[in-house]
Design a protein around this ligand. Structure first.
Ligand code: ADP
Ligand code: ADP
Length: 218
């Protein structure tokens, strides 16, 4: 479970996140929907401790992300700008992450298969298409078998096969009882993948609503 309370972040005169409060429950896919610039990435970065809030706080399973004994096992996140060493192969990248985070090396083959990357595992990640890079990002996020999965715009750059893959994957992760938070600026995408929606605009929460309820109301 993710709990966000009165989370606030400013960049100079811009209020990126403006007193956001919400809870993300396990066992369902929660879509984090809003236009570009609404504050989704900044919120996700604060949840995983990559940005420091100006006010408020975020906890995962009752604790701030940074205080988890094995952060990558608590939360798997795909966030923009997570660097992959371009000269390394996909497998080397994952083995490096596994070593750094104390994750058994056998997880590498498992997440390569899950991401549909087994055949390209020994190619340099620098030559990957955007879609393959997204798949590697998702594989990295899932490496530690995390209870909480946070993906920022995972559909970006994916081809139609990739889009179907991510939809199925998200539903499977939720069915396994994980907490899944996935951002998108596309209502059409979130409507098919998510069970629950958090809609944001200008750093504020506009709606916290079940997808079925929303459709019934429309
Ligand atoms: P979203 O993910 O919904 O597109 P972001 O969280 O990326 O939104 O951005 C929210 C607002 O904060 C935007 O106005 C953006 O320009 C600004 N912003 C985000 N990161 C930075 C930063 N590092 N420096 C300055 N402004 C930022
Ligand atoms: P940097 O690249 O900024 O030096 P790291 O990549 O080592 O830092 O990670 C910074 C924090 O993010 C660490 O707490 C680490 O556990 C976490 N982290 C790193 N990669 C991931 C990932 N793919 N998913 C979730 N958390 C990650």
């Amino acid at each position: 479970m993710i709990e966000v309370r009165e989370l606030t972040k400013r960049f100079g005169a811009t209020i990126a996140v403006d007193g956001l409060s919400f809870t993300v429950r396990p066992g369902r896919v929660t879509g984090f929907l809003g236009p570009n610039g609404a504050g989704k990435s900044t919120t996700m970065r604060m949840i995983v401790g990559l940005d420091r809030p100006d006010a408020g706080d975020a906890t995962v399973g009752g604790r701030p992300y940074r205080t988890h004994p094995a952060p990558l096992c608590a939360v798997g996140a795909l966030l923009e700008g997570r660097a992959v060493h371009r000269g390394r192969t996909a497998r080397q990248h994952l083995l490096g992450l596994a070593r750094t985070h104390g994750i058994p090396a056998r997880r590498v083959a498992a997440v390569l298969a899950l991401a549909g990357l087994t055949e390209v595992a020994d190619r340099r990640a620098g030559g990957f298409s955007l879609g393959m890079s997204q798949r590697l990002g998702v594989a990295s996020a899932l490496l530690g078998d995390p209870a909480v999965v946070i993906l920022d715009e995972p559909v970006n750059g994916l081809d139609p096969d990739g889009v179907l893959w991510i939809r199925t994957l998200l539903k499977d992760l939720a069915a396994q009882g994980r907490t899944v938070l996935v951002s998108s600026h596309l209502m059409s995408e979130t409507a098919v993948t998510a069970d629950h929606l958090l809609i944001v605009g200008a750093g504020r929460l506009l709606a916290d609503v079940g997808v079925e309820e929303l459709i019934a109301r429309a």
